[in-house]
Design a protein around this ligand. Sequence first.
Ligand code: NAD
Length: 443
Amino acid sequence: METDNKQICVLGMGYVGLTLSVVLAEVGYQVNGIDIDKEVIDTLNKGNPHFHEKNLAMRLMQQVKNNRVQFFTKAQDIYYDSIIISVGTPLKEGTKEPNLSYLRQVIKEVAKLIQKGTLVCMRSTIPVGCVRADILPVLESESGLRVGTDFHLASTPERTVEGKALQELRENSQIVGGITELCTERAANLFLKLTSTVVTVSSVEVAEFSKIVDNTFRDLKFSFANEMALISEKIGLDIHEVINAANVHYPRNSIPVPSPGVGGACLSKDPHILIDLAKRYNHHSRLISEARSINESYPGLIVKRIQKKFTDLGGELDQAKVMVVGFAFKGNPETADLRDSTTITLVNELRSLAKCLIKGFDPIVQKSEIQLIEGVQAVELEGGFDKIDILIVANNHETYRDWDISMILSNMNRPAIIYDAWRMLDKNIVEEHENVVYMSPGL
Ligand SMILES: NC(=O)c1ccc[n+]([C@@H]2O[C@H](COP(=O)([O-])OP(=O)(O)OC[C@H]3O[C@@H](n4cnc5c(N)ncnc54)[C@H](O)[C@@H]3O)[C@@H](O)[C@H]2O)c1
């Protein structure tokens, strides 16, 4: 492969920064990955990723061996052609406003690194206006350099999906918006090495906004499906049958299936960034707030439904043994990411309602990590179903489809409930068994 000895510095070695660093190294750049977490850096320099992502371990090891990527706790005192910022931008607890403290810290470091010709790309998800109002003034005043002439600054938001990031970095379109036309051009050229579709937009703000519009739309779509599920439950119709009928061979809609809420660090956060942003512009966004609230309340509604059904069947939730499978915030594409997992909310809601025993398993998340979740006893799949009263399948890992449901049910107590949040199991087989109730969102 043609190599390009240009040095790139990526700040923040989380899901976004690490996957991007590996792909940049693969296309021939010389990459320095920086993170303030020394343990993370030590692990990465041994060629081992600190989170699960398909094919990442093998591809990272290759680039570490090739010396195309190196990891440090501090950027080196060298000329970087491009600097990419991918630190976390979480929400403040309580107020749910964006917490830009990591960003503010990293910007001061970037200001020390930029030299004539450097391109700075903002990859983290941020409120609209942040690059121009918060980042640019610090970079200019602390470096003494001018944007557009001395250095370049652009918004290049990350839009890959966890679990398929390495693939999507090469296949998805990349939105690029710079402070000046030259900034846009520089950033577009960088990303054209990764993907053939770079969408250049007229301003940095358009790029910033498009990212949060994207994720907010997804959250809205899922909240619609979840609300339809709630209505379906009341009417007594199966929402999957309804949605399938509405979608099949019909070009105008593509309604998603309901889910046990919407988790993950992005979809649960970005709509709140937009809600907060709209507020600053004196707009109260009812739709986005309602969508979030439907999705956030969903795990609690699931638990209440299970409690009612179990009581109707003559059971007592306080005495029940419950097995919860699927703790990662999603099963497909698979990840071990527990951030904002709706399963954890579901478990907390369950614990607040009853003193039941909760066993837990996930095909990807380590047993030791599940053991750290309060109130959950981590178990293996084998033996995990024995003598349980309630099974909750909480995410959509494909391996659940291979389960021998009859065998599982033969080990469960009666009455039994199977709550299948993603319809991974065969309802007909479950219903062949006596004294077992199959439940799901919208059924
Ligand atoms: N995870 C995703 O799939 C995804 C997708 C699209 C966008 N995003 C956005 O990208 C950003 C990063 O997300 P993430 O999931 O990778 O976050 P993360 O929390 O996994 O990683 C952030 C990393 O930044 C490091 N960091 C903090 N301050 C630093 C500093 N001053 N210098 C160097 N490193 C520093 C932290 O130690 C951490 O390892 C967020 O804004 C997120 O909303 C994430």
